[in-house]
Design a protein around this ligand. Structure first.
Ligand SMILES: Nc1ncnc2c1ncn2[C@@H]1O[C@H](COP(=O)(O)OP(=O)(O)OP(=O)(O)O)[C@@H](O)[C@H]1O
Ligand SMILES: [Mg+2]
Length: 262
C-alpha cells in the first residue's frame, strides 16, 4: 500500500489531470485506488470525473470533524474511489488540514494506492499532504519557472522528512527553448518517471468528465499516462513486503489486461 502526494509547486502543471488519470489507469490494472482531492481551497477533481453517486458531505466536512471519511468517499463508474473536496469558501475555512493524517489512517488498509492531489504553492495546505504521504510525485512543465518551483516543493518535502519518488514532465511540446528530460533530471536530482506530450485529448476527455486514459486510450498522452501508472504498479509490487505473492497477483492482472490466458 502506498500513499503518493502529487505536487508541483507552480499552479496549472497538470497535477489534477495526472492524479485522476493515474487513478483510473491503476484501477484498470485491478489495483484498488483512492484519489483524494486535497486542493481544499480550489477543488476541481469533481469536474473531471463521473461519479456513480455523489455524497452530501466532502473532505471539508471530514477535515472539520463533522463527518466520517466513509461517508464522503464516492465510487466512480470506472473503478477507482474518489474523495472529493467541497467548493465553498465557508467549508474551506472550517476544514483543518492537520487532520489529514488521521483521516488517511482510517482507510489506509482498504487501498493499494492512495493518490493525494495537492494544491500549488507552499501554504500549510500544500505542505501537510507532503508530510503525510509515503512519497511525493512531482509534476512539472518543461520550463524553468516550473522547475524552480518544483525545487522548492522538493525541499519542503525533504524538510518534512519525505522523499520525491520521481518527476513527471507534462505538456511536452518538443519546441525550441523547452528544457529537455536530461536537463530537468540534472536540475531536480530526481529520476524522471515519464514525459507526457501536450495533447488536446486531455482537455477534450475532461469535457466529457472521463479520464483520457479511458476516453481516448490510444492518444499520445493516454499512452504515456498508462506507461507511468504501469511503472508505479510495478515498483509497488517490487518494494512491498510479501513480494512474491504480490508479484504473482500483479502478473496475473497484467496478463489479463493484455488479454493473455493464464
Ligand atoms: N498533457 C496535457 N496536454 C494538454 N493539456 C493538458 C495536459 N495536462 C493537463 N492539461 C490541461 O492543463 C490544464 C491544467 O491542468 P490541471 O488542472 O490538471 O493542473 P493542476 O496542476 O492541477 O492545476 P492547479 O495548480 O490549478 O490545481 C487543464 O486545462 C488540463 O486539461
Ligand atoms: Mg489541480
Amino acid at each position: 500500500m502506498t500513499v503518493y502526494t502529487i505536487a508541483s509547486g507552480k499552479g496549472g502543471a497538470g497535477k489534477s489531470s495526472f492524479t485522476v488519470n493515474t487513478g483510473a489507469a491503476l484501477s484498470a490494472l485491478g489495483l484498488k485506488t483512492l484519489v483524494m482531492d486535497f486542493d481544499i481551497g480550489m477543488a476541481n477533481i469533481s469536474l473531471m470525473i463521473t461519479f456513480e453517486s455523489l455524497k452530501n458531505v466532502s473532505l471539508h466536512e471530514v477535515l472539520a470533524g463533522k463527518a466520517d471519511i466513509s461517508e464522503a468517499i464516492c465510487h466512480t463508474t470506472y473503478g477507482m474511489d474518489v474523495l472529493p473536496s467541497g467548493i465553498s469558501i465557508s467549508g474551506f475555512k472550517q476544514a483543518d488540514p492537520e487532520k489529514l493524517r488521521d483521516v488517511i489512517w482510517q482507510i489506509v488498509d482498504q487501498y493499494e494506492f492512495i493518490l493525494i492531489d495537492a494544491p500549488a504553492g507552499i501554504s500549510k495546505e500544500s505542505v501537510v499532504p507532503l508530510a503525510v504521504c509515503d512519497e511525493v510525485l512531482l509534476i512539472v512543465n518543461p520550463e524553468l519557472p516550473s522547475i524552480t518551483d518544483a525545487m522548492k516543493t522538493k525541499l519542503m518535502a525533504e524538510i518534512v522528512g519525505r522523499k520525491v519518488k520521481g518527476v513527471v514532465i507534462n505538456r511536452v511540446m518538443s519546441t525550441k527553448g523547452e528544457l529537455g528530460v536530461r536537463k530537468i533530471e540534472e536540475l531536480l536530482e530526481v529520476p524522471i518517471l515519464g514525459a507526457i506530450p501536450n495533447d488536446r485529448s486531455v482537455m477534450k476527455a475532461m469535457a466529457f468528465k472521463v479520464p483520457v486514459v479511458l476516453k481516448e486510450p490510444g492518444s499520445p498522452a493516454a499512452k504515456k499516462l498508462k506507461e507511468i501508472a504501469g511503472k508505479l504498479a510495478n515498483l509497488e509490487v517490487l518494494e512491498e513486503s510479501g513480494v512474491e505473492k504480490k508479484k504473482e497477483r500483479f502478473l496475473e492482472r497484467l496478463l489479463k489486461t493484455l488479454g493473455v490466458k493464464t
